[in-house]
Design a binder for this molecule. Structure first.
Ligand code: GAR
Length: 217
């Protein structure tokens, strides 16, 4: 049985689209059962509908600071759809610790940096200002702290001297679209195990996959 997944979005939904595309494969262990947006105007809603996926809007703005009331409505939509796993894809709303605990080990997020570096806003600007030579993206289980939690998978890109936050974001986004489906495949097929704060996976690192940046010769 495929695991039933809700993708939560607030905007463009390109990671959501990558998950929808991957989940079309017959052997993919999860199906995208519903896409939920907390913003009525989210671009990703039309993309999901075009792909034949059920969508829901639960406007968080109307709940103001009452995060628990928003989450109660969200939880009942998740229950109605018999959701087993949540994937956050650019979902720009913080959860209460209670909601996060309820979904512990069953809620994934993607962040466009090699966590634990550069959490929060403008991760690409942060990376460029720090002068790091490699950046990337991380899929992790959600914990109450923002952009933190057991790391499931990471992908890296080399940073170029002439990169701007925009050019770097574009290259990292390509990596995001590769690693998020891989992470969901791992989790949905039971290929992850939590060892304290560490996520162990059934997949192996390929030993020849090293990235050196800059490449000197
Ligand atoms: C993605 O780059 C995702 O990594 C980032 O928001 C973007 C959403 O794009 N998430 C975060 O920064 C979380 N802290 P998308 O709507 O096209 O998937």
């Amino acid at each position: 049985m495929k695991r039933r997944v809700a993708v939560l979005i607030s905007g463009r939904g390109s990671n959501m689209t990558a998950l929808i595309e991957a989940a079309k494969a017959e052997d993919f262990p999860a199906e995208i059962a519903v896409v939920v947006s907390n913003k009525a105007g989210a671009e990703g809603l039309a993309r999901a509908q075009a792909a034949g996926i059920d969508t829901l809007v639960i406007e968080s703005k109307s709940f103001g600071k009452d995060r628990a009331a928003f989450e109660a409505k969200l939880q009942s939509a998740l229950d109605d759809n018999r959701i087993e796993l949540i994937c956050l894809g650019g979902f720009m709303r913080l959860f209460t610790a209670e909601f996060v605990q309820r979904w512990q080990g069953r809620m994934l997020n993607i962040h466009p940096s090699l966590l634990p570096s550069f959490r929060g806003l403008d991760p690409h600007g942060q990376a460029l200002r720090a002068g790091v030579k490699i950046s990337g993206a991380t899929v992790h289980f959600v914990i109450p702290e923002t952009d933190a939690g057991p790391i499931i998978i990471q992908g890296a890109v080399a940073i170029r001297d002439d990169d701007t936050a925009e050019t770097l974001a574009a290259r990292v986004l390509e990596i995001e679209h590769r690693i998020y489906p891989d992470a969901l495949r791992l989790v949905a097929s039971g290929g992850t195990r939590l060892d304290g704060d560490i996520c162990k996976t059934s997949a192996n690192a390929s030993l020849d996959d090293s990235l050196i940046s800059p490449s000197v010769i």
